[in-house]
Design a protein around this ligand. Structure first.
Ligand code: SAH
Ligand code: SF4
Length: 348
């Protein structure tokens, strides 16, 4: 008898779980129970799923593997932010961050191990691409961070490692597991996808039935600067990006966020600010200014607090809705990819 290797249960989104249970001869509601055991209760084996018939548990265990990520390291900031490094069964590692604000908890999760986009200021980009994550591998990050805080996650953002639009189906699958009431029960508007500007992904997201939130890493509205700091998105010029975003707002009625990491001497000049005003004015968007987190190997310093405030004021005065991201976790390896960067062997 030839043995087929078990399939990874983490590869399935809610529809996939329903199909999997019906293929095993079970009614659809068993799929919802399975989803709850995997992502709400987060059990480490099928035999712990005590309200499922034993024969059904045996047949799922024959077909699928279930391997939770292992916690490698946690860092706790004095401001309450916690950062986690996880290792999957194949030794691949990714990071997540938990950010508590009052009774709310936002979890920032990774969608890929590493990233192929190579943005100049980003620790993840510097390390290159390792592999795509599965929907369940993303959802477990959020579920396990929430469990560590003893809270439910009110928000989840795909702003950890990886470019979600380069792993679109799995990311959407994860958002659906997080959104499912049997899963994490997080409202679609509280689930955010952040992209460096992969237009086909923005176009697809605009057509999804759920009200997921979109953030776009802009970082410069001057083509030459953007090409230099974000070389992989050169093929989608700013004009095309702006039209795709305007189309997104018209289809969805939702306001995307433009993320702008301020780097001294790179994108903080008056000309950069005017270009940003021209890009963002007159349509429904919101600019979030982020003082850049210095990353080993990347020559990126943040402007002074006074310059950041000045930029925020000029944008607001020009009618562009603007906020400055409040700093969290600066005493831990807060920038995306930094914890993995420390764990990576030299030269790898
Ligand atoms: N790949 C996606 C999502 C992950 S990166 C994207 O690029 O949008 C999440 C956010 O962190 C992006 O806005 C990214 O530009 C930003 N980021 C990366 N490195 C940073 C750093 N050193 N300082 C501040 N923000 C950084
Ligand atoms: Fe990838 Fe985003 Fe980092 Fe760019 S900023 S390298 S797209 S993770």
């Amino acid at each position: 008898m030839s043995e087929t290797p078990p399939k990874d249960i983490a590869a399935l989104d809610p529809a996939g779980l329903t199909e999997a249970v019906s293929a095993l001869g079970m009614p659809a509601y068993r799929g919802k129970q399975l989803l709850a055991w995997l992502y709400d209760k987060v059990v480490s084996g099928f035999d712990a799923m005590t309200d499922l018939p034993a024969a059904f548990r045996d047949s799922i265990a024959e077909t699928y593997s279930l391997q939770l990520p292992e916690l490698v390291e946690t860092q706790r900031s004095s401001d309450g932010t916690r950062k986690y490094l996880w290792r999957f069964a194949d030794s691949v590692m990714v990071e997540s961050v938990g950010i508590p604000v009052g009774d709310r908890l936002t979890v920032c999760f990774s969608t890929q191990a590493g990233c192929a986009m190579g943005c100049r200021f980003c620790a993840t980009g510097e390390g290159g691409f390792v592999r795509d994550l599965l929907p369940g591998e993303m959802t477990w990050q959020v579920a396990l961070v929430a469990r560590d805080f003893g809270m439910r996650a009110s928000n989840a953002v795909a702003m950890g490692q990886g470019e979600p639009m380069r792993n679109y189906d799995a990311t959407l699958g994860a958002l659906r597991l997080m959104n499912a009431k049997e899963g994490l029960g997080i409202g679609a508007r509280h689930l955010t996808v952040s992209t460096c500007g992969v237009i086909p992904g923005i176009e697809r997201l605009a057509r999804e039935p759920e009200q997921f939130t979109l953030a776009v890493s802009l970082h410069s509205a001057v083509q030459k600067t953007r090409d230099r700091i974000m070389p992989s998105v050169k093929k989608w010029p700013l004009e095309t990006l702006q039209s795709a975003l305007i189309d997104y707002t018209q289809r969805t009625g939702r306001r995307p966020t433009l993320e702008f990491a301020l780097i001294a001497g790179e994108n903080d000049s008056p000309a950069e600010v005017s270009a940003l005003v021209a890009f963002a004015r007159g349509w429904m968007c919101h600019v979030n200014l982020i003082p850049v987190n210095p990353v080993t190997g990347a020559n990126a310093d943040r402007p002074s607090d006074a310059r950041i405030a000045e930029i925020a004021n000029s944008l607001s005065a020009a009618g562009v809705e603007t906020t400055v991201r409040s700093e969290r976790g600066t005493d831990i390896d807060a920038a995306c990819g930094q914890l993995t960067q420390r764990h990576r062997p030299k030269g790898a």
